[in-house]
Design a protein around this ligand. Sequence first.
Ligand code: NDP
Length: 301
Amino acid sequence: MGARIIDGKARAVRIREKVAAEVARLGADHGLVPGLAVVLVGEDPASQVYVRNKARQTAESGMRSFEHRLPGATSEKELLDLVARLNADSAVHGILVQLPLPAHIDAARVIDAIDPDKDVDGFHVVNAGRLMVGFEGMVPCTPLGCLVLLRDVMDDVSGAEAVVVGRSNIVGKPMAQLLLRENATVTIAHSRTRDLPAVCRRADILVAAVGRPEMIRGDWIKPGAVVIDVGINRVPAPERGEGKSRLVGDVAFAEAAEVAGAITPVPGGVGPMTIACLLANTVTAACRIHGLPVPADLLSG
Ligand code: NDP
């Protein structure tokens, strides 16, 4: 194994420490306690784990955490009414509605109802537009975390060939925008891309956000490339016992680590960065709402 393993877990701890220090300073200097509201509709087990972790880490960082757990039968109107109340609540600086929502609720309409300045997930169309045109806004947490990890191992992204596999609104597209902002030459690949292995082999930076276990093989990777694996896929692991499973990324890690210059593992790579960036975004939102300077170094190394 030749690649440097990028430790997202340790990096996320450092961000959380900086967030906690900044929250303490905001409280002491301005009497401001940032608040994050997390809304969960229904009983999806994975979402319940995410929401619990988000709420716990929010509270541990000294911020106020507001958890709203609604039954699966909640109507779209009831959810929109809650979002309106949170928009108007001065103790709430960040609002996150956990996805996926039950099928009878239009997720786009709900996201659209969130005040863009409190949209700490960065999914609102206004924030997507701000990112695209280069205005100050809220950047989606997972691609933001990927960029932090990338910058840690690459002195200069400028001019590099970057390939993002996946074009979702929450990962692939904002990731491509962030890389473009860093002056990379960006290709977005997807399920219709012809000869994906050849496209990937061009990449100095390869970001995989596909949702297909270990699809990207070692011989798709340019020697020395930085590989950021966003995928989180649960696969059967009979070797661990009957009915057991394990998490793998979208990249065949062992093969890729032989070739890449640096690579994120799954778990322990991009995953922990997402919540850390969510906390940082909440501090940013609180500062902007109160007209205070946004701390510049929450995400720096
Ligand atoms: P989506 O399903 O929304 O998007 C997947 C993308 O992959 C699509 O653009 C799709 O192309 C493309 N794709 C699918 N199959 C292929 C293929 N065979 N070849 C090339 N491209 C393909 O997924 P998300 O963006 O929401 O998530 C991607 C992965 O990242 C998932 O594993 C998810 O669990 C993980 N994730 C991890 C997070 C974290 O915190 N670490 C946060 C969010 C997601 P097309 O558009 O043509 O259909």
